[in-house]
Design a protein around this ligand. Structure first.
Ligand code: SAM
Ligand code: SF4
Length: 329
C-alpha cells in the first residue's frame, strides 16, 4: 500500500483545495485589491490537467476536494470538471465554495455532475453593507442562488468573515436566515491574507460570536457529533434549530490538525494558505505524458516541507505575496 502524505509533524494530508481561477465578479475588501491584473487564460490549468493531478494524488490518500477561486463559477463549464473529479477512484468528497452570484443558472448542472456540498459566502443581508464589503452589488443574486441550491437538494453552508465593525450587525440576521432555511451558518475569523492592512483588533473572535448568537438568536451547545479534526468548531442550537460552525483561524489556530494542500489556478502547489513558497506542478502536468511518479515525488516533498503553523499571532508572521483570491480560499 502507498504510504500516506505525511509531513514532519505527523500530519496526514487527505484534503486538496483546487483553485480554478483567480478571477472574480466581486472585489471583497478582505480578500483582494480593487484593481487587479488577472492571470492570462493560458496560464490556467485545463480541466484535463487538474484531473490528471487528482488522478496522480488520489492513490497517495487525497480523497477530499474543494473547488474554489477567485470565483469558481466564472470558469466555464465547471460542472464538466466536477464530473471528471467525482469519477476519479478514491475521491469520496467534492465540494465547492462560491460567492453564489452565478449559482442559479449552474446549480442543477453541478448537482447532476455529482456535486452535493456547497459553501456559499455571504457576509451580510444588508444591500448597503454588501456593497461596502464586496465593492459590487449582488445580494439578490446570492439569495436567489441559495434558494435554488436548497430547492435542488444541496447541503449548504453559508460562510461569513468575522470582521469587527461589520459582523456585529450581521451575525444574528445571518444566523436567523440560516436557521429558517436549513443552512449551516459558518463564521471565519478575519485573516491577514487580503489586500487591506490587517490588525488583530479587526478580528471579531469566536468567543464573541458565540456570546452574540447565544444572546440574540438562541442558545448554542457544542455539537454532539463534532469532529475534533475539523477546522470549524461545531455548535448546535439547544432548541434543535440547526448548526453553527466557527473557524477560529486566529484565536484558536488549527494548524496542528491541518490536513490540506492547495493547488493554485496556475498550477502551483502550496502546503499552507500562508506559505511563502510554492512548487510548480504545471510543468509536470503539461509534459507530453504525465509522469505520476514525478508528481508523487513533488507532492511528497512539498508536504514534507510544511511548517508547524502560520504564526499569525507572533511577530514572525510574514504575509504571503499573493492575496486570497489568487491563492484559493
Ligand atoms: N469566491 C468564492 C467565495 O467567495 O466563496 C471562493 C473563493 S473565496 C477566496 C473563499 C473563502 O475565503 C470565502 O468564504 C471568503 O469569505 C474567504 N476569505 C477571503 N478572504 C478572507 C480573509 N481575509 N479572512 C477570512 N476569510 C477570507
Ligand atoms: Fe471574490 Fe470570493 Fe474573494 Fe469575495 S471572497 S473577492 S467573492 S474570491
Amino acid at each position: 500500500m502507498t504510504a500516506p502524505l505525511t509531513d514532519t509533524f505527523g500530519r496526514v494530508h487527505n484534503n486538496l483545495r483546487i483553485s480554478v481561477t483567480d478571477r472574480c465578479n466581486l472585489r471583497c475588501v478582505y480578500c483582494m485589491p480593487e484593481e487587479v491584473t488577472f492571470l492570462d487564460k493560458s496560464a490556467l490549468l485545463s480541466f484535463e490537467e487538474i484531473a490528471a493531478f487528482v488522478r496522480a494524488v488520489a492513490p497517495l490518500g487525497i480523497d477530499k476536494i474543494r473547488l474554489t477561486g477567485g470565483e469558481p463559477l466564472l470558469r466555464r463549464e465547471l460542472h464538466e470538471l466536477v464530473k471528471m473529479l467525482v469519477a476519479v477512484p478514491g475521491i469520496r468528497d467534492v465540494g465547492l465554495t462560491t460567492n453564489g452570484l452565478l449559482l442559479t443558472s449552474q446549480a442543477q448542472l453541478l448537482f447532476d455532475a455529482g456535486l452535493r456540498r456547497l459553501n456559499v459566502s455571504l457576509d451580510t443581508l444588508d444591500p448597503e453593507r454588501f456593497r461596502t464589503l464586496a465593492r459590487r452589488d449582488g445580494l439578490p443574486l446570492v439569495l436567489e442562488g441559495l434558494a435554488a441550491a436548497r430547492r435542488i437538494g444541496f447541503a449548504v453552508k453559508v460562510n461569513a468573515v468575522a470582521i469587527r465593525g461589520f459582523i456585529e450587525h450581521d451575525a444574528a440576521p445571518l444566523a436567523r436566515y440560516c436557521r429558517e432555511h436549513g443552512f449551516e451558518m459558518r463564521f471565519i475569523e478575519y485573516m491577514p491574507i487580503g489586500a487591506e492592512a490587517w490588525e488583530r483588533e479587526k478580528v471579531f473572535f469566536a468567543h464573541e460570536l458565540l456570546e452574540l448568537l447565544d444572546a440574540e438568536v438562541a442558545p448554542l451547545v457544542p455539537a454532539a457529533d463534532a469532529d475534533p479534526n475539523a477546522p470549524a468548531a461545531a455548535f448546535e442550537y439547544a432548541d434543535g434549530g440547526g448548526r453553527v460552525g466557527i473557524i477560529a483561524s486566529v484565536s484558536r489556530p488549527f494548524c496542528r490538525k491541518c490536513n490540506r494542500v492547495r493547488l493554485t489556478a496556475d498550477g502551483k502547489l502550496r502546503n499552507c494558505l500562508f506559505s511563502l513558497d510554492e512548487v510548480d506542478v504545471k510543468g509536470l502536468l503539461r509534459a507530453e505524458a504525465v509522469d505520476a511518479a514525478e508528481v508523487e515525488r513533488t507532492v511528497r516533498e512539498c508536504v514534507r516541507a510544511k511548517w508547524e503553523g502560520h504564526e499569525i499571532n507572533t511577530a514572525k508572521f510574514v504575509k504571503p505575496l499573493r492575496t486570497m483570491h489568487a491563492i484559493g480560499g
